[in-house]
Design a protein around this ligand. Structure first.
Ligand SMILES: *Cc1c(COP(=O)(O)O)cnc(C)c1O
Length: 317
């Protein structure tokens, strides 16, 4: 289980390589969301999402020999670009395994950072087979969330939020595999234990909400959500334990509310957020989260890598 010190170490390691993103105060959203609104915008991060933080921390923690052997990850989304970008910056060879039929824009994104793309399998879980082969050949796997260096790297967001607003009352974070929230909660609870940590999952992929309800780790038979960065179909044991200890509550949000939130964030905060990162604000719009007007609430906008057709559709809708 990661500690506060792990997050501090990550911050020291990665700060030359990542953007220290702004914590924006957005008064225009106060009357709509019913609290004092802050946005931590990782849409502005290099590669367009926070995944660069964890990938960079993990790669900087490898031995010289591991770095010479290169890295591998299975991802068709933001983690793929984070790993490719970090690898290029550090001179490490990276193979990114993506499912056949992946979005050509995302494939090009990875290639633009010099990553080698391998297309393998139809189903999302097929890529694990190829990743395992490449690990046998000597490459080190950079997992998108079940890796303590990755978690600690994502946690640096929590340190920055409290550096910029030490009196924050609540931090609202989107949840996929749970790496992001477990890192941020580790930092926030160490510095300001009275601040509430709140996770939000899609209604169509409620892994951790269901795991709480059933009292065991769940695998969902199917997931169905517009929030493609948080479509993971199962709860992870290590993330669940961290969430149990350091997160105060979880909520779920509908696709409809996510769309409303994306539109609102563009018009009031002037930020282009992708669906996964709009879940916290969506949950407030849907009446799933309530704050009072005096509370300082930080919404973590985790990324801004949109399919432009979807974005246009959301804004028109
Ligand atoms: C990966 C991702 C998430 C979820 O992060 P986890 O660590 O998997 O919980 C949320 N938003 C965006 C934009 C992402 O890319």
């Amino acid at each position: 289980m990661i500690s506060y010190q792990d997050v501090l170490d990550a911050q020291k390691r990665i700060s030359p390589y990542v953007l220290r993103t702004p914590l924006l105060r957005v008064p225009a959203l106060d009357p709509i969301l019913g609290c004092e609104v802050y946005i931590k915008s990782e849409a502005l991060q290099f590669t367009g999402s926070f995944k660069l933080r964890g990938a960079t921390n993990c790669m900087l923690s490898l031995s010289d020999e591991q770095r010479r052997n290169g890295v591998v990850c299975g991802s068709s989304g933001n983690h793929a670009q984070g790993v490719a970008c970090a690898a290029q910056r550090l001179g490490v060879s990276a193979v990114i395994v993506m499912p056949l039929g992946s979005n050509p824009v995302k494939i090009e994104g990875v290639k633009s950072f010099g990553g080698t793309v391998e297309l393998y399998g139809e189903r999302p879980s097929d890529k694990e087979v190829r990743v395992a082969e490449l690990v046998k050949e000597g490459r080190c796997e950079i997992h998108p969330y079940d890796n303590d260096y990755v978690r600690a790297g994502q946690g640096t967001i929590g340190l920055e939020i409290l550096e910029d607003q030490p009196e924050i009352d609540a931090v609202v974070v989107p949840v996929g595999g749970g790496g992001l929230i477990s890192g941020i909660a580790t930092a926030v609870k160490a510095i300001r234990p009275q601040a509430k940590m709140i996770g939000v999952e899609p209604e169509g992929a409620p892994r951790y909400t269901e795991s709480y309800r059933q009292g065991k780790l769940v695998w969902l038979e199917k997931t169905d959500t517009i929030a493609d960065g948080t479509r993971t179909d199962h709860a992870n044991a290590n993330s669940f334990e961290l969430i149990r200890q350091r997160v105060d509550s979880l909520a779920t949000v509908s696709d409809d509310a996510i769309r409303q939130a994306m539109k609102l964030i563009v018009s009031k905060a002037k930020i282009v957020a992708e669906p996964s990162s709009s879940m916290g604000i969506g949950a407030v719009l849907q009446g799933k989260l309530h704050f009072d007007a005096s509370q300082k609430v930080c919404f973590v906008i985790s990324g801004g890598n949109n399919d432009l057709n979807l974005l246009a559709d959301v804004i028109r809708g």
